[in-house]
Design a protein around this ligand. Structure first.
Ligand SMILES: [Zn+2]
Length: 159
């Protein structure tokens, strides 16, 4: 059975301590059978342009990105983030980018904490069991594992 429920009071510091996401607020929570979807967005708008420190940033559209977060109560948790794009109106500044997402790695669709958790589980579990337990694809687990190995065990550069 599917049902939805709205909660407007999820605490930002709870978000931070549970999922390692800073400066976000939760605007809605969706409960599905095995998944909890937290709809999040930045608490405050970006004002200062990261390029030259100008202060003429304006909102320039947004998109939604989904990230797998640490599970809670045996359920998969998805952070569905409204990612704001900003354009700088200063003369000579061409800044026009989406806000940075420090809790994710590049374009990957999981949080840093989730990746760390996968690596921890893989110390004692197979890729397949880990994927099953977390409700994610084998490919996702494999990718996390490979990038962990690359980061920590890449051969030293040849001299
Ligand atoms: Zn600027």
């Amino acid at each position: 059975m599917k049902y939805h429920q709205k909660i407007y009071t999820m605490n930002s510091s709870f978000l931070y301590h549970a999922w390692g996401v800073k400066g976000l607020k939760c605007t809605n929570v969706e409960y599905k059978s095995k998944t909890i979807i937290l709809h999040v967005q930045s608490k405050s708008a970006q004002i200062v342009c990261p390029e030259f420190g100008c202060r003429k940033l304006v909102k320039n559209g947004h998109h939604v990105r989904r990230f797998i977060g640490l599970p809670i109560g045996g359920k998969k948790v998805i952070l569905s983030m409204k990612v704001q794009r900003y354009k700088c109106k200063c003369e000579g500044c061409s800044h026009d980018r989406s806000e940075p997402i420090p809790f994710a790695i590049g374009q990957h669709s999981y949080t840093r904490r989730f990746a760390r958790y996968v690596v921890d589980l893989l110390r004692g579990m197979t890729l397949k069991d880990t994927a099953e337990l977390l409700g994610v694809s084998w490919d996702t687990v494999k990718e996390i594992h490979m990038s962990h190995l690359k980061r920590h065990y890449s051969p030293p550069p040849r001299l």
